[in-house]
Design a protein around this ligand. Structure first.
Ligand SMILES: [Zn+2]
Length: 380
């Protein structure tokens, strides 16, 4: 087992959209002295050995016992400074914000992903009960909490008591409104555990959402072009109508029937959704005369949320994504579709459950997430 196995494993999961979208997900390998963790700005799909930051494990473990300020921003800044200081001498890359979570599993390989299928369970009302029923003692359920340092500390404590009860550390952790962690000493064992989780969740589903793309007719095409112009005019950061992405599919169309069918999508499920498609879509109830009404709707949204909408959902028509550039808008749309799938999967587990507002606010202001977004959109 070596970092070569880690590169292989990372590329195989990173290039499969069932497992990893946009900048989400991270992987690591550890030996006795060092942890090799995916660095920010290196997508898993194409990562090489050079995309992993080398961390000194002793320094990482000192963070468990460190005491930090109570105030959120000061605490995060201090924990981040210690994380950066735990890099081995000469390491310049920025380790994943989830590095500490990798350190706490005493297995050589850790794969952390945000698969829509598993998030159908983690972002549902009955997620915890379902996790217990389906996986029993094989999985550690982790309630939603501030990501980064606080999440890692909570998992560290929970994993220690799990190990006391079971005589070994957990190999599967299922994180509410977040995703999945799988840890093992070999790549084959990682694959086996990942399959086990996904196959088990899939057996519970009553239906698979229809995400197939259909061609637009001429009438819809010209309406989309007019609306793109109205959006471009109303949102300063977007200067080219080509930057605005439009899409729909049968599952999206069913959600766009009314405000109530759309309700499961009116809120973010995981940090990824906040980072890429924003914490709240703009719902447009009346598709007519958007040239005239859209600027005011966007202005009202801006007043309420202090940002421009990234997802604009128009009743019975489709969804626009607008995030500064064509590739940014495409990613925003991709993450919106991820939410659509999660909402459908969550029906098997008592219905969709959004992130709590205080967690949304935390993630919106989290410095490290801003950094990740900047890297993913080509900054730095
Ligand atoms: Zn994560």
């Amino acid at each position: 087992m070596s970092i070569v196995d880690l590169v292989h494993l990372s590329r195989s999961y990173g290039s499969d959209p069932e497992w990893v979208l946009a900048g989400g997900g991270n992987t690591s390998y550890k030996d006795d002295a060092l942890l090799y963790i995916k660095a920010s700005g290196f997508p898993l799909a194409t990562i090489t050995e050079a995309g992993f930051a080398r961390m000194d494990r002793q320094s990482l473990q000192r963070i468990w016992d460190a005491s930090y300020p109570r105030e959120t921003q000061e605490r995060e800044a201090a924990a981040l400074a210690d994380l950066m200081a735990a890099r081995v001498a000469g390491e310049e890359k920025r380790p994943s914000v989830e590095t500490l979570m990798h350190e706490l599993f005493p297995y050589a390989l850790v794969v952390h992903t945000h698969p829509a299928l598993v998030n159908g369970l983690t972002c549902s009302h009955d997620g915890e009960a379902a996790c217990r029923r389906l996986f029993g003692d094989d999985a550690l359920w982790v309630p939603a909490i501030e990501p980064g340092y606080v999440l890692a500390q909570a998992m560290h404590t929970a994993a220690a008591s799990y190990a006391e009860r079971h005589g070994h550390a957990p190999r599967i952790a299922i994180l509410q409104n977040h995703g999945l962690v799988v840890a093992a000493d070999t790549g084959d064992e990682i694959d086996r555990l990942q399959r086990h989780v996904v196959d088990t969740v899939r057996r519970e589903l009553a239906r698979e959402p229809d995400m197939s793309v259909r061609l637009m007719d001429a009438e819809l095409g010209s309406w989309v072009n007019r609306t793109r112009q109205a959006i471009t005019a109303a949102i300063d950061a977007t200067t080219d109508t080509e930057d605005v992405v439009f899409g729909t599919c049968p599952e999206v169309a069913a959600r766009l029937e009314s405000r109530s069918t759309f309700a499961p999508l009116a809120g973010a499920f995981t940090p990824d959704h906040i980072v890429y498609s924003g914490s709240m879509p703009l719902w447009i109830d009346d598709e007519s005369d958007l040239d005239a009404t859209l600027p005011a709707a966007i202005a009202r949204y801006r007043d309420e949320y202090r940002v421009d909408p990234r997802i604009i959902a128009v009743r019975r028509r489709g969804v626009f994504a607008v995030a500064g550039s064509k590739s940014g808008s495409q990613t925003a749309y991709e993450l919106f579709l991820d939410q659509v799938k999660i909402a459908a999967y969550a029906e098997a587990f008592g219905g969709a459950r959004h992130l709590d507002p205080h967690l949304v606010a935390f993630i919106e202001s989290w410095e490290v997430e801003r950094y990740r977004k900047k890297m993913s959109t080509g900054g730095q």
